[in-house]
Design a protein around this ligand. Structure first.
Ligand code: UDP
Length: 237
């Protein structure tokens, strides 16, 4: 694949948690930062979206109202971005965090113009807080921002190393795709991003690449256009 000029990278909340499964694992996040840095230095414009599953999901509680539970989830993604942004800074990168809702002085309020300015300044830009609305996810959040910011591709660093025709953790005969169309992803409900996010990708021609976070240098390679996992193709505009 061609090397992209602007990418949006998705890290799941669980990925930050490392072996502990909850909270943050410094070594894991530092390893991610070290992979991102060379591409940032080469001028690739990098946006980052992080899930919240290491703290909380809107579905975590049946006892409270879903929109409130989702607010907690969105705030979890903000905490994750503050942490990862600081680790990126400790590794020598310049960063900015945007949220779709005001968080006082902790983040900047998102606008396309302000985010573009940060890209021009060579910063790694974190898009925290998802879409800012309940009943959505950071999958829909990243697709929305990728479309809005006119990214070339969405990079999904996952626990599983690509897209399979069935779950490779339960089916040893599961087959991995090198490429798969977004139409097939939707039709066969393949595990890439959730359905709402998949439809947005299809309608707006936003390609994705899925690869294993645990594989050596996978993020660095993906930023150079070398996808070891699966490319999700879309029709040209
Ligand atoms: N969330 C939300 N709106 C968004 C993005 C996230 O309400 O636009 C909430 C939702 O509660 C979700 C949680 O934040 O469960 C964490 O986001 P993530 O995408 O990790 O959730 P998952 O899809 O894994 O539940």
């Amino acid at each position: 694949m061609e090397k992209a000029k602007r990418v949006l990278l998705k890290l799941s909340g669980e990925a930050l948690a490392g072996p502990a499964g909850k909270g943050f694992d410094e070594a894991t996040v530092k390893a991610v930062a070290r992979q991102v840095k060379p591409s940032a230095e080469e001028g690739v414009e990098i946006g980052v979206v992080i899930g919240g599953g290491n703290f909380w999901r809107g579905r975590s509680s049946n006892a409270i109202d879903r929109p409130k539970a989702d607010q907690i989830g969105m705030l979890a993604t903000v905490m994750n971005c503050i942490y990862v942004s600081e680790i990126f800074r400790s590794e020598g990168m310049d960063t900015e965090i945007f949220t779709p809702f005001a968080c006082g002085t902790m983040t900047k309020l998102f606008s396309k113009d302000a985010a573009n300015q940060c890209f021009r300044e060579g910063k790694v830009v974190f898009f925290a807080g998802g879409t800012g609305h309940p009943y959505f996810s950071t999958d829909t959040g990243i697709v929305l921002r990728a479309i809005e910011m006119e990214a070339d591709i969405i990079l999904l660093a996952k626990a599983v190393d690509g897209v399979y025709d069935s779950d490779p953790r339960t089916n040893p005969d599961a087959k991995k795709y090198d490429t798969v169309s977004i139409g097939e992803v939707i039709e066969k409900k393949l595990a890439v991003v959730d359905l709402t996010a998949s439809i947005m990708c299809m309608e707006n021609h936003m390609p994705m690449a899925v690869f294993g976070l645990g594989e050596k240098d996978s993020i660095r390679k993906a930023m150079k256009g070398d996808i070891t996992g699966t490319v999700v193709t879309v029709d040209d505009k």
